[in-house]
Design a protein around this ligand. Structure first.
Ligand code: OFO
Length: 167
């Protein structure tokens, strides 16, 4: 059985995963209407779906452990960007916030000696290592590319391969 505070914290994480899904969906939509960013758009459409799966996984866990998973109210995410670089910076920033939040949950699980939740959270700890790594690599590549249009063309062409390597 989940404690009240653990249930509340896990529900906050449900909200954060839902916000991630919305934020990446907005990034996908913005990228889709920019010329030549089809690969980036595809990347974020898939990323958004993945975040929804993370949310569902948490909801099922909360309910399985005798809690009640709450579908959250969400604010509108950022829908436009001044450029691809600022969008990817936002992506990394967001993933770092999610990692901090997962770490806080792990802390709470240990404090409460809730080893079942601690065990469940390890999947998220590993996932965040991967997600932050991917976001950092993509930001580094964009830094290197700068204003080089052919570099950006290759970035867009190859971004899905970065995703496949993640798995
Ligand atoms: Fe949910 O994995 Fe990143 O945010």
């Amino acid at each position: 059985m989940l404690s009240k505070s653990m249930q509340e914290s896990l529900n906050n994480q449900v909200k954060l995963e839902a916000m991630s899904s919305q934020a990446y969906l907005a990034m996908a939509s913005w990228a889709e209407i920019q010329p030549g960013l089809e690969g980036v758009a595809e990347y974020f459409f898939l990323q958004s779906e993945e975040e929804r799966i993370h949310m569902l996984k948490l909801m099922r866990f909360i309910n399985e452990r005798g809690g009640f998973a709450i579908v959250p109210t969400l604010e509108q995410p950022i829908v436009t960007y001044k450029g691809i670089k600022s969008m990817f910076e936002e992506f990394l920033k967001h993933e770092m916030i999610v990692s901090d939040s997962i770490n806080d949950l792990v802390d709470l699980a240990l404090k409460e000696k809730d080893y079942a939740t601690h065990n469940f959270l390890q999947w998220y700890v590993n996932e965040q290592i991967e997600e932050e790594k991917s976001a950092r690599i993509l930001n580094d590549k964009l830094e290197l590319i700068g204003d080089d249009k052919s570099g950006l063309y290759l970035f867009d062409r190859d971004i899905m391969q970065t995703r496949q390597k993640k798995r």
